[in-house]
Design a protein around this ligand. Sequence first.
Ligand code: ADP
Length: 475
Amino acid sequence: MRKTLYLKFVLAYFIFGVFGFIIVTTFVPNMTKEQLIREKAENLYYEATLIAGTYASGLYTSETSLETVKVQLDSLAVYLNSTIRIINPSGRLVLDTNTPINVEDIVVIDNFDPTITSGSYYTIGNFFGNFDRDVLSVLAPITSNYMVKGYVVIHCDMADIEESCNSLLNISYITLVILFLLSLIILIFFTEIVYIPLRKITHATEQYAAGNMHYEFQVDSEDEIGYLAACLNYMANEIARSEDDQKKFVANVSHDFRSPLTSIRGYLEAMIDGTVPPEMYDKYLKIVLNETERLTKLTNSLLTLNNLNTKGMLLDRTDFDINKVIRETAASFEGTCRQKNIAIEMVLTGDIMYVNADMGKIQQVLYNLMENAIKFSHHNSVIKIETAEKRNKLFVSVKDTGIGIPKEDLKLIWDRFYKSDLSRGKDKRGTGLGLSIVKEIISSHGEHINVISTPGEGSEFIFSLAHSNKNDEED
Ligand code: ADP
């Protein structure tokens, strides 16, 4: 059988119960009995010394008669529930509250020895064979003129002491049972607060381990276990999401690789089997070349994204002139712009504007944004690149008057491989990775990028950069 936590806890609970019971039944009876005997003996000894100092000494000085003393001791014996005797040092019984006075009948206790208590003030036994059962006896000497005249002896039946001891023990046993039953509450609490939630968590972990990342469970508590359950739930959701992302990613990559490959293969096959005549080779080889370019671009973008995603990506931060980088990047699009008759208008703050960032990566951001702006702009339009300083930040905006982005797509454009339906017709060569790269780069700088767009009117992408101290030095 599997040793569950619950089983262990129940076992510990019963071990606690059994040990508690053993301890209470072995130590407590002895301790209670000893304590009761000691108390009783102390009481009786006190009474005996009182009697020895009063009634009994009167007897020896002949101040009181034997009968008077007997009457008084009789009632005291009833009160103390014991037998009171006066015994001469020789062992002769002078007075016994259990028997009437009989002067003729001389009773002598054989082997009477007052030192029987040996250092203590009581003794337990049959008192020199005088009783047929065990009695507790205390002895107090009666002295007169510094001489021991006799002894006051009080006997108490041990059966009486044992009876009181048993009734006290019964109370202890009942208390023990009640305590044991009450401690069941702990077991109930443990079951409700720890065991049941823990079982849910274990079951969930088994499900996750088996690959069922969409398994959901609920633990409604606000303690550490509730927190653990919430964390586990969150972790599973994140893994499930990243698994889904990964699947989507692989599906997209495969799709994007397959379509150019299919067309390349189609054209090449057509050339080999003669469907395409040699005079048309030039045209189709150009298409094939275009497709290979697309594949190269896709591979490069994937590699860039992969590098950006690597945890702890180090940025090569330097202070550089963003205006210069903007101008250079815009210049690289001169040819494309001329084809579409697009003008790039630059409204830049100052002649030189230093920012602190990784120049190569920011160049890539600008390149991707400008490429999109040109790609999605109509012929004979203007693209505006603007920089503005605000609160120690520099904002760069790339604005076009192109096709725009539908509202429902605005959030999705940052996702890998996302291409809006609007753009599909216009842009057959896009990979849908450009903006993901842009977002990753800007986020790794601890900065933000936003987009404002209206379909049919155009789009504006604005990102922030850290201002460099070098600007102040130059001033
Ligand atoms: P792609 O390589 O396809 O351009 P991106 O990640 O750069 O991939 O862009 C994702 C999608 O966002 C594009 O397919 C397009 O639908 C939309 N998009 C990006 N920039 C613009 C823009 N300036 N104007 C209109 N749509 C844009």
